[in-house]
Design a protein around this ligand. Structure first.
Ligand code: HEC
Ligand code: HEC
Ligand code: HEC
Ligand code: HEC
Ligand code: HEC
Length: 451
């Protein structure tokens, strides 16, 4: 503790709603290791989650630093509030980075922060308040612990708890930067399924009960909310999170969407229809940091020998997605209306074609079937996802230094039969041109010989 501040005064200040930096110390919060003593299972689920690495995530730290440099530090408190709330509440951050920061603040979004939240002032931009009164807030009204007070908090059981941070607006221009809560609120899940039902139970796309104990020394309960907080990030979890979280992120992405493919031959053209449905995400697909995230369709066609003759949506030699690909994402614009991945310069949303919850997108492709190709033709379509575009990573880490893995969310295959002579209608094939040429040669020779 910095000086001796009577605890009652702190509590009163907090309950009154004013949070003066310095009134709270990071040492007022227990390290997650303390909670682990009695909540080992929950601790192990949280450890390695994106919440546990929210302030050690190298992608976050690189962007925080760039934003700070380009705005002379204006973004420091703003960004860190959601990524290290204890760091900001205790006044350790700013300065940004790790130099002055305690271990407890470094652990991002952790037990004693979330369970001391006693009030929300609204949605977005870190609208939380905390009370350091020794009570841990949670879903039970009958919970007893030998080491802390327990209190029911309705807020913790609702999407509004998550919405305090999972909606981000530019503090000056007001541009929506992340809108996960709003997308949920305006969608079909708002009355049936809370964020917690999909992100804190084994169900992934729905509530699924997880009976057990909240603490080794607690009673049996019908349901314990899990703490993996898994989203789509299989990139950073794989590097500094854990293998379990990485695999769960891949599994979640594969549960989010379905893809149906129909390939047909119309005269000498192939007509392809791809239907993508957001079956499992309670918000748009993708959501969150959508100026960086990419979800797109890749489509390929091969002849009978496996030789590819059509491909849209692959990666080029710089790691960029083919510009002709159907891409579901958000493009932010700067003051001159040019696309930017730097959220602090964003003044407009140039486009947003993400897939609404439960919505289906129908995409059409046409290509000429090359003459002489050996059938049947195999057409393959995939819905791909990656946590960041190459442009975004190049901006932060230099060209080509960091690459995000591409994960196939859904895929399908169909074949086009070509019959005996392919293609048999319309444009003459190689065979017929060759036959015509031979006829001309024969006619020429006949005429010469006849002379
Ligand atoms: C000495 C053991 C012990 C320690 C240490 C401990 N807890 Fe608990 N905690 C319990 C027990 C036992 C329960 C009751 C479980 C039940 O009711 O099912 C509990 C319940 C809870 C609840 C549920 C409250 C409610 O009313 O819904 C929360 C939240 C909680 N603990 C958070 C924490 C956090 C955060 C830490 C670390 C700062 C922590 N606990 C440390 C034993 C402990
Ligand atoms: C991002 C915020 C957040 C973090 C970080 C977090 N929790 Fe929770 N926790 C919740 C919410 C929200 C619930 C209640 C979910 C509901 O009821 O819908 C909960 C529920 C609980 C419960 C009640 C039993 C259960 O799981 O349903 C305990 C005990 C608990 N948390 C302990 C911990 C411990 C220990 C840690 C750290 C290892 C931790 N929490 C980290 C948000 C958090
Ligand atoms: C205090 C702010 C805060 C609260 C409250 C909060 N989160 Fe988060 N959450 C974050 C931040 C910041 C990250 C990103 C960390 C990073 O990428 O470095 C994150 C990441 C996540 C991710 C991982 C995203 C991915 O790309 O894989 C999921 C899932 C998630 N949160 C769900 C929830 C749910 C569900 C709740 C409510 C129970 C919740 N969060 C409450 C701040 C918060
Ligand atoms: C019906 C189940 C469901 C509900 C409800 C739901 N989610 Fe999700 N969430 C998913 C699935 C599936 C994914 C993976 C697909 C994706 O990334 O969109 C996901 C992904 C995410 C991601 C990672 C996005 C990315 O690509 O970086 C975050 C963050 C997130 N959810 C937060 C929330 C929050 C906050 C809420 C509540 C406002 C919520 N979710 C409600 C199922 C759900
Ligand atoms: C209102 C809370 C909030 C504020 C303020 C905020 N963020 Fe975040 N940030 C989040 C949440 C929630 C996520 C997770 C969304 C997702 O996974 O798609 C996130 C994710 C990120 C990620 C993705 C990390 C990864 O590994 O993919 C980066 C980078 C990031 N934020 C940078 C920033 C910067 C820079 C600022 C300040 C300009 C900032 N954030 C301000 C809540 C916030």
């Amino acid at each position: 503790m910095r000086g001796i501040i009577p605890i009652v005064a702190i509590v009163c200040t907090l309950l009154a709603g004013s949070m003066v930096a310095g009134a709270i110390e990071s040492s007022d919060f227990d390290d997650p290791a303390v909670c682990k003593g009695c909540h080992a299972e929950i601790y192990n689920q949280w450890d390695g989650s994106m919440h546990s690495i929210a302030y050690t995530d190298p992608v976050y730290l690189a962007e925080e630093e760039m934003a700070s440099n380009e705005t002379e530090g204006l973004t420091d408190t703003y960004c860190a509030r959601c990524h290290t709330p204890i760091g900001v509440l205790s006044g350790e951050v700013p300065p940004i980075g790790h130099e002055n920061i305690s271990e407890v603040s470094k652990k991002g979004l952790q037990c004693d922060f979330c369970h001391n939240v006693n009030k929300s002032t609204g949605i977005g931009n870190g609208a939380f308040m905390v009370a350091l009164d020794g009570f841990k807030r949670g879903p039970y009204d009958d919970s007893k612990s030998p080491s802390h007070g327990s209190m029911l908090s309705d807020l913790h059981t609702k999407s509004e708890f998550c919405g305090m941070c999972h909606d981000v607006n530019h503090p000056v221009t007001g541009i929506p930067i992340e809108t996960t809560y709003t997308e949920w609120k305006e969608g079909p899940y708002n009355s049936t399924t809370q964020c917690q039902d999909c992100h804190m139970t084994p169900g992934i796309t729905h509530f699924e009960a997880n009976p057990g104990k909240a603490s080794g020394i607690g009673p049996d309960r019908d349901h314990i909310y899990t703490h993996y907080f898994v989203g789509g990030n299989a990139a950073v979890t794989g590097v500094i999170g854990s293998e379990v979280h990485q695999q769960m992120a891949e599994e979640r992405l594969k549960s989010a969407a379905t893809l149906v493919l129909e390939a047909e031959k119309k005269v000498s053209e192939a007509e392809i229809t791809v239907k993508v449905t957001n079956v499992g995400a309670g918000h748009k697909l993708p959501t969150g940091l959508t100026e960086a995230r990419e979800a797109w369709i890749e489509i390929m066609a091969k002849d009978a020998s496996g030789k590819e003759f059509y491909h849209v949506g692959g990666l080029d030699s710089d790691g960029e997605v083919d510009p002709d690909a159907v891409m579901y994402h958000v493009v932010l614009g700067d003051a001159s209306g040019n696309p930017t991945v730097k959220v602090w310069e964003s003044e407009s949303v140039l486009s947003d074609n993400r897939i609404l919850p439960k919505d289906t997108r129908v995409e059409k492709y046409n290509f000429a079937i090359p003459v002489g190709v050996n059938g049947p033709i195999t057409v393959e379509a995939k819905l791909n996802y990656r946590s960041a575009s190459q442009k975004f990573l190049d901006e932060l880490f230099g060209k080509g230094n960091v690459v995000a893995p591409v994960i196939e969310m859904a895929g399908a295959e169909d074949t086009i039969e070509l019959g005996k002579k392919a293609p048999d209608e319309g444009v003459p094939g190689f065979e017929s041109i060759f036959a015509l040429l031979s006829l001309l040669v024969v006619a020429y020779l006949v005429r010469r010989n006849g002379k």
